[in-house]
Ligand binder design. Structure first.
Ligand SMILES: *[C@@H]1O[C@H](CO)[C@@H](O)[C@H](O)[C@H]1NC(C)=O
Length: 224
């Protein structure tokens, strides 16, 4: 009887310690989710809607905007460009860290060797830095570290952000072949985030078209 009692206590202890760990873990994950989701919703609803907030600038302005940066920003092509259908190049966003509200300066280009479209499989891994630790953002409600079997179907129903059209970036399938350059531009972010978010965000994307590699890219940006 006593033995049974002890093992019951022991079991209760193990369960409570375990569930506490699980709870702490999911609190971090949920916070990482809330922060990144708010950030992306903010860009979608407040920043990318106004094409008048975009102006094209010269290289000198880009250079000046990059001074005093913290070097957190990075854009990595994680695959062999020779094997990729789409090869991004010289992707740059400044200032680093990005300030909201503030003025964002960006440029880049992409070489698309041949047309691609459905089925476009996109596997995303999204991370948010919390207290210096990368926390993976869970896939909830179609946002976060999700895998989309066909991004084309998803994109078919969305309106291309006006800012995308202004800078000449396509956002719908099928994507044509070509060597696109996004000229350096500045974007004024006038609105304020509903809640302050700071720390870095990392997005890793594995993209395939019919099983063929389109691109593997990873972007890290920091927020003041
Ligand atoms: C694509 O454009 C860039 C910038 O103009 C140029 O450096 C590069 O050589 C071009 N690539 C091809 C394959 O045309």
């Amino acid at each position: 009887m006593r033995c049974l009692f002890l093992s019951a206590v022991c079991l209760a202890l193990v369960v409570s310690v375990f569930s506490k760990d699980v709870r702490v873990l999911s609190e971090h994950k949920l916070r990482a989710y809330d922060e990144t989701r708010m950030l992306f919703d903010f860009f979608e609803s407040q920043v990318l809607v106004d094409p008048n907030s975009v102006r094209f600038v010269d290289e000198e302005t880009v250079y000046r905007s990059q001074q005093g940066s913290s070097n957190t920003f990075s854009f990595t092509n994680c695959e062999d460009p020779k094997k990729e259908i789409a090869v991004p190049r010289d992707v740059s966003i400044s200032p680093d860290p990005i300030r909201i509200p503030g003025t964002l300066t960006a440029s880049g280009g992409i070489l698309v060797k041949k047309p691609f479209g459905a089925p476009l499989k996109v596997a995303l891994k999204v991370y948010k830095q919390l207290f210096g630790v990368w926390v993976e953002v869970p896939c909830i409600d179609g946002f976060g570290s999700c895998t989309y079997d066909d991004m084309c179907t998803k994109l078919a129903h969305v309106q291309c952000p006006p800012v995308f059209e202004k800078i000449g970036l396509p956002c719908k399938c099928p994507f044509k072949e070509g060597n696109w350059t996004v000229p350096p531009f500045q974007l004024d972010i006038k609105a304020q985030l509903p809640v302050k978010v700071s720390g870095a965000v990392k997005v890793h994307a594995d993209v395939t078209y019919n099983g063929e590699l389109v691109t593997c890219s990873e972007i890290v940006f920091d927020l003041a």
